[in-house]
Design a protein around this ligand. Structure first.
Ligand SMILES: Cc1ncc(C[n+]2csc(CCOP(=O)(O)OP(=O)(O)O)c2C)c(N)n1
Ligand SMILES: [Mg+2]
Length: 670
């Protein structure tokens, strides 16, 4: 790229024949560099140059009707071509177009060829042609400014926006946020730059994920496991995010996910012991579930502390989840807020991260997703942004995307909160890991949600007992011949010289022998247990359920000393000085004071408020949510009062987040 000299540089000037002419601001002798530089400023912002320059460029633009400025200058003897203004502005349009819709041209689906050229990105639409490819144009804000040949601009835009990643971020209204992301995207051309050891780690994670599925497939034939096959790259992506956490200041992750790949995540990411997992697969295993449906292994939560390559630890908690798709989302957000409060992280909300893994059909189909997203920036609910992953296997049970949603992408709901979305081809593990780490950086920097939509496929039926070719014979013929992602990635690494073919074989052999070993052990264990036919001693071993106290009926002390009640009543009935409260509310508060003085009786709402107050003075936070806790139509149960004088600030009351209301003795909003 050429650098452009600063405007107003000293040097000879040429008369351009404009009249009147300002001899100070309009050069009197040719200096193409100065004119180009001024021209660039004018293109970016017509008000950025003085009126004489502005008149000149406007006149030129009109007069030349898009003709080359170079001709004019050459006629004046400069010999240096200047950019054609009309074409130049179209080059700016084409850059803007790639930023906004380049994702339409990206190669996202591992089962398809790259998409055909998108007409909306064709040169002709921008009144540019192949004859312009070797012309240098100003690139505005792209890559820090300067000039590039059109050919190089297009190549660079294609590489950035139309490779294995298609990014949607033009809908972000906050300009600083959008430009931050744009800079990260464009400066790297969205090309992964992993070191050799990092590449080997990614390959190992992919092998590990495949091995686990292969193991279950061989060992527990026909059993439901909701295999991850076709989407194994997610394991490498989760590993990449966890490994990146210490750099981003994240110490803990609370994770939520449904059925698909859950066992693999437990084993390959959270390192849940194979023994425990296999025990739950065993035919001897009688899960102690309410429904007793044998599906307990897909619903259990788990916790572990993982050591990253930097040596730092990250705690990972996978929330237990019911069968109801996506309903775990708000539960995870609530857990994150609780964990953030426990860690004293209610300002930055950086140390505890919410990570949700969705299925493509569930993400688009379940209303709770939109509800949870809508809460994501509310003061009483925000968690500092969630990193969302989509295992987008392009099917939901037997339903195709076209029958399941009204929009192109399953992530379109994310645009309602202006979250950036990285669509990425799951057969390119480096691209997936790269955008996953970028997503984490984005979340930490902007405290907002971000989505990674990994396009993949489902190698088997919805569960392993289903026959997918009954409904999708052609698709499943294609899938049957599609190579493993480990094979695709190994070929790439060998091709670029990152590993030798021998090293690739050694890694595969290492995992294959681990598979054999584990199979043999599992068979031996099973043989030993078959005779007993007994249920395991602790069916919830390893789950978070283990740590919950036993339920009991032993009476507990609930009474509160009288002087504490006095204190609570004072707190509940005292409004700050100069706080103009509605007269009806004043009467209600006075009635409560009187009821307390008389030794009762108290109404339900007052009793409830006393109970909350007693918890608070004991140090137990009480969180009241929803408008019903402050609602005007239910004054007897409200926990806050509004002043009739706008903008009264009440320092003695806990912040309620509303300028004209005071919360009576409720907990801080954390
Ligand atoms: C609320 C709800 N509706 C329907 C179901 C039944 N169900 C279970 S999995 C599934 C398909 C989900 O598809 P997707 O989200 O794409 O996940 P995938 O299985 O493809 O990974 C359906 C409809 C359910 N469990 N919960
Ligand atoms: Mg799906």
């Amino acid at each position: 790229m050429q650098t452009v000299p600063k405007p107003y540089q000293d040097g000879p000037c040429i008369s351009l024949g404009l009249n009147p002419m300002n001899s100070i601001t309009l050069p009197t002798r040719a200096n193409a560099d100065v004119i180009e530089a001024m021209y660039r400023v004018w293109l970016d912002n017509p008000d950025g140059v003085d009126p004489t320059w502005r008149a000149f460029f406007q006149g030129f633009s009109l007069g030349s009707n898009g003709g080359p400025i170079g001709g004019l200058l050459e006629a004046q003897g400069t010999g240096s071509p200047i950019i054609d203004s009309l074409k130049q502005s179209h080059v700016h349009y084409i850059i803007a177009a790639y930023r906004a819709i380049g994702h339409l041209q990206a190669h996202l689906d591992p089962l398809s060829d790259p998409p055909p050229p998108v007409p909306k990105l064709e040169l002709g639409l921008f009144q540019l042609g192949t004859e312009d490819l070797d012309t240098a144009f100003d690139v505005g804000t792209y890559l820090g400014g300067g000039q590039m040949k059109l050919r190089d601009i297009i190549d660079s835009l294609q590489k950035t926006y139309c490779g294995h990643v298609g990014v949607e971020y033009a809908h972000i209204q906050d300009q600083d946020c959008r430009l931050w992301l744009q800079e990260r995207i464009e400066s790297t051309r969205l090309q992964p730059a992993f070191t050799r050891p990092q590449k080997v780690r990614i390959l190992r994670r992919v092998h590990k994920a495949e091995l686990f599925e292969k193991f279950l497939h061989t060992k527990y034939v026909g059993q439901k496991r909701f295999s991850l096959e076709g989407g194994e790259t997610i394991i490498a992506a989760l590993d990449a995010v966890i490994d990146h956490c210490p750099d981003a200041g994240v110490e803990e992750i609370v994770m939520g996910m449904a059925h698909r790949g859950r066992l693999n995540v437990l084993a390959s990411v959270m390192r849940k012991s194979f023994d425990q997992l296999f025990e739950q697969f065993s035919e001897n295993y009688v899960p102690d579930t309410v429904g007793g449906d044998g599906d307990v292994k897909y619903h259990l939560g788990y916790e572990s502390t993982l050591t990253t390559t930097s040596g730092k630890k990250v705690e990972v908690r996978l929330a237990a989840n019911p069968s109801h798709l996506e309903i775990v989302d708000p539960v995870v957000e609530g857990k994150v807020r609780a964990r953030q409060r426990i860690r004293g992280d209610t300002e930055e909300r950086r140390r505890v991260l919410a990570l949700l893994i969705h299925g493509d059909a569930a993400l688009a189909g379940q209303g709770i997703v939109a509800e949870t997203l809508n809460f994501s920036q509310l003061p009483g609910y925000r968690t500092g942004g969630t990193v969302h992953f989509v295992i987008n296997n392009q099917i939901g049970f037997t339903t195709d995307p076209g029958d399941a949603r009204s929009t192109r992408y399953c992530t379109d709901v994310a645009k309602m909160i202006e979250a950036p979305i990285f669509h990425v081809n799951g057969d390119d593990p480096e691209a997936v890991c790269m955008v996953s780490q970028l997503a984490l950086d984005f979340r930490v920097r902007w405290k907002r949600d971000v989505f990674v939509d990994m396009y993949c496929f489902r190698r088997h039926g919805h569960n392993e007992a289903d026959e997918p070719s009954f409904t999708h014979p052609l698709l499943y013929r294609t899938i049957a011949s599609h190579p493993l992602v480990s094979a695709i990635y190994t070929e790439k690494l060998v091709g670029e010289g990152s590993i030798t073919a021998g090293e690739g074989d050694a890694i595969r052999a290492e995992y294959s022998s681990a598979l054999e070993e584990n199979l043999a052990k599992a068979k031996a264990r099973e043989a030993g247990k078959a005779a007993k036919r007994a249920r395991p001693a602790d069916p919830f071993k390893g789950s978070t359920a283990e740590f919950q106290p036993d339920y009991h009926h032993t009476p507990v002390q609930t009474g509160v000393p009288a002087d504490e009640i006095d204190r609570i009543v004072r707190g509940l009935t005292t409004v700050p000085e100069n706080f103009k409260v509605n007269p009806k509310i004043r009467r209600l508060l006075d009635a409560r004071i009187q009821a307390h003085r008389d030794g009762g009786p108290v109404d339900w709402g007052f009793g409830e408020a006393l109970a909350f107050g007693s918890l608070l003075v004991e140090g137990t936070p009480v969180r009241l949510s929803a408008s019903a806790s402050t609602i005007r139509c239910s004054p007897r149960r409200r926990s806050s009062v509004s002043t009739t004088a706008i903008r009264s600030i009440i320092p003695t009351c806990c912040a309620s987040g509303r300028r004209n209301s005071a919360t009576l003795r409720t907990a801080p909003r954390s």
